[in-house]
Design a protein around this ligand. Sequence first.
Ligand code: G
Ligand code: G
Ligand code: MN
Ligand code: NA
Length: 255
Amino acid sequence: LNIENGLRRALDNDTELFLEFQPQVELAGGRMIAAEALLRWRTPEGTVIPPGRFIPIAEETGLIVPIGEKVLRSACAALARWRAAGLPMPRVAVNIAAPQFESRKFGETVAAALAEFNVPADRIELELTESVIVRDADAALRAMARLKELGVSIALDDFGTGYSSLAYLSRMPIDLVKIDRAFVMRTTEDESARTIVRSIVALSHALRHKVVAEGVETRAQLTQLRRSGCDYVQGYLLARPMSEAALTAWLSSPI
Ligand code: G
Ligand code: G
Ligand code: MN
Ligand code: NA
């Protein structure tokens, strides 16, 4: 399979690219505060190709821009369906790759997707990684300010894996910091990982950002994260990424 050609074909139909959704849950009350949209690709032969394999190629070829726009529109469409059904879906978080964020039209693309599906901006959260910021920090800060004007939330994804994190953290108009699962994984075995998590939480809170821990797989990790003062958790322990239908069922009958 040629991934680039396959992606071009997938962009032209409505059957191959689809989203799964993984809940993010408030640690204190167990309330779902958002679901992260995660892209999946099922080829006509029925093979599911994981994003780790095709997102890097989509980024290299520039296809991530139209693919990302499709993801954004699909996320808004799903939100509109949950709202129409009267279901309590607070927010959907959408991953944004650097080439999307750097496109001058990105703010318009987001605004158009919200308008098309009549979704209030505060229902969408954009997950950006540090890689979108390090290339041109001033341009990135301006682009973020424009997104905040629209009213969407901004999350800093994979926090702790990049560099210059601390300098940027204080300057960016972000709402949430997502602690990378590499730290979460080690938090029960490794005192230094616990220290890092506690420090990220303290720093984020001092800057008035909420903190999400991702990749939470065990009760022991959950306990540690609660002790660290983490606000929200996401991971297989709470729920795996699931289809729109499965999340609809989840929302209809909360546990
Ligand atoms: O979904 P996991 O389920 O395997 O995702 C693997 C990686 O792919 C993660 O780093 C995730 O951020 C990224 N990813 C998933 N969906 C999207 C998407 O819609 N856009 C971008 N840019 N990255 C995505
Ligand atoms: O980079 P980003 O945070 O967007 O990636 C999210 C990725 O993490 C997705 O691939 C998602 O399927 C995966 N994921 C979500 N929860 C867990 C978990 O508890 N354990 C592991 N190993 N991966 C997870
Ligand atoms: Mn993410
Ligand atoms: Na992440």
